[in-house]
Design a protein around this ligand. Structure first.
Ligand SMILES: [Zn+2]
Length: 415
C-alpha cells in the first residue's frame, strides 16, 4: 500500500460575509480535493493541543501522531535538523531572526525581508565577532545562515556546570508577535542570550550591507533576535510507529526538520520556496518518484498560510487552487496510473495543518477538516459536497485528536 499525505498549510478559514459567507476552501475551485472528500472519509481533527501555540511545528507533530507536549523542544532544533547541523547532547539551537531595531523598538521581525545573500554576509560578520567572544565564560557560539531573515545560532557549553535551564522554547518572545514593542521588555532572562542580542547591534548596525540598504531606503537588519531554542528532539522513528519508510517534501525547514527527526528523508525539490512562487508541480513529481522505493510521502505547501498572514483572500484562493490542481491533481493521477491496479492500491490524506483566517492574519486553534481516500474502498455512492470546513463538520467521523494518533490510526488501519 502506498500512503500519501498532502498538507496545504493554513488553508482552513472562516466564512467571509463579503464573499457570501463562504470560506476560502468553498470559494476556491478544487475538483481533486472534492473527489477525495466525496469518495472517501472525512471529518475534523484537533491538531493544536490545549495550551499550546498554534504553530506549524506543533500541528505537524500532532498530525503524525507525536505528542508535541512530549516531543517538541523548540523551532530552533527542528530547523537545525533540516539544515543537517550536527547537534550534540546539551547543545541548544535557536531560531535567529535578523530584525530591524529602531530606538529600542522592534520595527520589523524580518529585517525588511533581507535577501539571503545579504543575510549570509551579516552572519559571517557575527561569527567573526562572536565565535571566541564568550569562550572564557565557557560558551561556544556558531551562527548558521538559512533563508533570508531565518537563521540559526547553536550554543555549546564548554563546561558541565554551565547549562541552560531544562525545558524548551528558550529565548525571547516570537518577534512577529511583538512588532512595535520595546525590546527591553521582551529580552530573554539568560545573560548569555541578552549579551549576544545587545552586542549584535554593534556588529550589524554599521555593517556595509546595512549602509547600502539604508542608502536604498530599505530597512536595516541590525540586530539578532534569539527565540524558540531547545535541544535536539528525541523521537521514535516513523517506521517504528507505523511500519513504513518514506520521505517529506516541503520548502519550509521546520517541516523538513520534523521529517529528519523521525527518520524520514527530506527531499530537496528545486524551486521549492515556501512562498507563492514555489514549484508546486515539481513537488508532486518528486513525491510520485519517491514512491518507487518507499511506501510513504508527505508533501507540505506553505503558500495558503502566507496569504492568510497577508490577509489576502484572492491570493489564498489562488494558492489553494494551485495546490489542488498542481499537487493534489498530479499526485492523484500518478497514483491512479501506477498503483490503482496494484495488489495493495493507495491511500491519500489531504488537510490543512491549522486555520490561518484572512480576517485574523495569524493562526487559530479550531479543529481542521481532513479527508482520506482509499483506492481499495471506492464507494460508488459519491456524497454531495466538497472538501471544506462545513462538509467535514457534517461527517460521521466526529472530531479526532491527532496527537493521540487517532488520525494516523484511521489513515493506516481503516478498511
Ligand atoms: Zn502552518
Amino acid at each position: 500500500m502506498k500512503y500519501v499525505i498532502l498538507i496545504g498549510d493554513g488553508m482552513a478559514d472562516y466564512p467571509l460575509p463579503e464573499r457570501g459567507n463562504r470560506t476560502a476552501l468553498q470559494i476556491a475551485s478544487t475538483p481533486n480535493l472534492d473527489f477525495i472528500a466525496t469518495g472517501g472519509r472525512c471529518g475534523l481533527v484537533r491538531t493544536i493541543p490545549e495550551g499550546m501555540h498554534a504553530g506549524s511545528d506543533i500541528a505537524t507533530l500532532s498530525i503524525l501522531g507525536y505528542d508535541p507536549a512530549k516531543y517538541h523542544t523548540g523551532r530552533g532544533p527542528l530547523e537545525a535538523m533540516a539544515m543537517r547541523m550536527p547537534l550534540n547532547e546539551g547543545d541548544i539551537a535557536f531560531r535567529c531572526n535578523l530584525i530591524t531595531e529602531n530606538e529600542g523598538i522592534i520595527e520589523d521581525f524580518s529585517g525588511g525581508h533581507i535577501t539571503t545573500a545579504e543575510a549570509k554576509a551579516l552572519i559571517a560578520a557575527l561569527n567573526e565577532e562572536f565565535s571566541d567572544k564568550f569562550v572564557e565564560q565557557g560558551w561556544e557560539l556558531t551562527f548558521y545562515a538559512g533563508v533570508s531573515y531565518r537563521n540559526i545560532l547553536v550554543i555549546k557549553s564548554r563546561s558541565n556546570d554551565l547549562k541552560f535551564r531544562e525545558g524548551k522554547e528558550i529565548g525571547g518572545a516570537p518577534p512577529h508577535d511583538i512588532v512595535g514593542e520595546p525590546i527591553e521588555e521582551y529580552l530573554p532572562k539568560e545573560d548569555i542570550l541578552r549579551d549576544v542580542m545587545l552586542a549584535s547591534k554593534e556588529v550589524l548596525d554599521a555593517h556595509e550591507v546595512n549602509r547600502k540598504r539604508q542608502a536604498r531606503n530599505e530597512k536595516k537588519a541590525n540586530m539578532v533576535w534569539l527565540w524558540s531554542g531547545g535541544r535536539k528532539p528525541v523521537m521514535p522513528s516513523f517506521s517504528e510507529l507505523y511500519g513504513v519508510q518514506g520521505s517529506v517534501i516541503s520548502g519550509v525547514d521546520l517541516i523538513k526538520g520534523i521529517g529528519r527527526c523521525v527518520g524520514l528523508d527530506a527531499i530537496d525539490v528545486p524551486g521549492a520556496t515556501g512562498y507563492f512562487d514555489t514549484n508546486y508541480k515539481g513537488k508532486a513529481d518528486y513525491a510520485l518518484r519517491s514512491l518507487a522505493g518507499n511506501d510513504f510521502v508527505l508533501v507540505h505547501v506553505e503558500a495558503p498560510d502566507e496569504a492568510g498572514h497577508l490577509r489576502d483572500i484572492d491570493l489564498k484562493v489562488k494558492a489553494i487552487e494551485d495546490f489542488d490542481a498542481l499537487v493534489v491533481g498530479t499526485v492523484l493521477k500518478g497514483l491512479e496510473a501506477e498503483f490503482a491496479d496494484a495488489e495493495e492500491g493507495y491511500r491519500i490524506l489531504v488537510m490543512p495543518d491549522h486555520y490561518t483566517p484572512v480576517s485574523v492574519g495569524t493562526h487559530t486553534k479550531e479543529p481542521v477538516p481532513f479527508a482520506i481516500y482509499n483506492s481499495r474502498a471506492r464507494s460508488e455512492q459519491k456524497r454531495v459536497g466538497g472538501f471544506d470546513e462545513q462538509f467535514a463538520r457534517k461527517s460521521t467521523v466526529g472530531v479526532l485528536d491527532a496527537r493521540a494518533q487517532e488520525l494516523m490510526r484511521l489513515f493506516f488501519i481503516y478498511q
